[in-house]
Design a protein. Structure first.
Length: 164
């Protein structure tokens, strides 16, 4: 199955860079999901030796933890941030889809903001501002400075091609 971005590429358009959402955006999902799954598994093991723990409740906690971990993975992996040689394409969602696209010739400003924790863990928010419109900030982008570097290089190259 092709990704959304690959299905909307124009003739001759090539992917230059794929960015991703940082795992740190979902740390609470990972923490709670792991705690629930491990606690549920532990309770499930104890349910067969102790009579005060219901196996159904222990199994439900395990299932809840596993579903929480799966939801975090699906949310992260269902977001596509792609830079092609012609445009920026952002796609979010599995069942409901939200897409944004901006032609590189329209890019005026690239803004990266990182807090202290974002600098340490290498994630940040990236806003690409175009002529006459703005692209909503892309939150918790992994390696945001690399995305800015790639976007700046491609946008400059695209601008130079338009003058030739």
């Amino acid at each position: 199955m092709n990704s959304y971005v690959e299905s909307v590429l124009a003739q001759g358009e090539h992917i230059v860079y794929r960015a991703s959402i940082s795992r740190w955006k979902y740390w609470i999902y990972y923490l709670l999901g792991t705690a629930c799954a491990l606690g549920g598994l532990s309770a499930l093991v104890d349910a067969y030796t102790a009579e005060d723990i219901s196996p159904a409740v222990a199994a439900a906690a395990t299932l809840l933890g596993a579903c929480t971990l799966l939801a975090a993975a699906v949310l992260r992996l269902s977001t596509e941030l792609v830079l092609t040689d012609r445009r920026i394409i952002v796609k979010r969602g599995v069942f409901a889809r939200d897409t944004l696209e901006m032609n590189l010739a329209k890019v005026e400003t690239i803004r990266v903001s990182q807090g202290v924790l974002g600098r340490i863990l290498n994630y940040g928010n990236v806003a690409v501002i175009g002529t006459g419109s703005t692209l909503e900030p892309l939150a918790f982008v992994a390696r945001p400075l690399e995305l800015r570097r790639q976007l700046g290089a491609i946008a400059t190259e695209s601008t130079l091609r338009s003058f030739v």
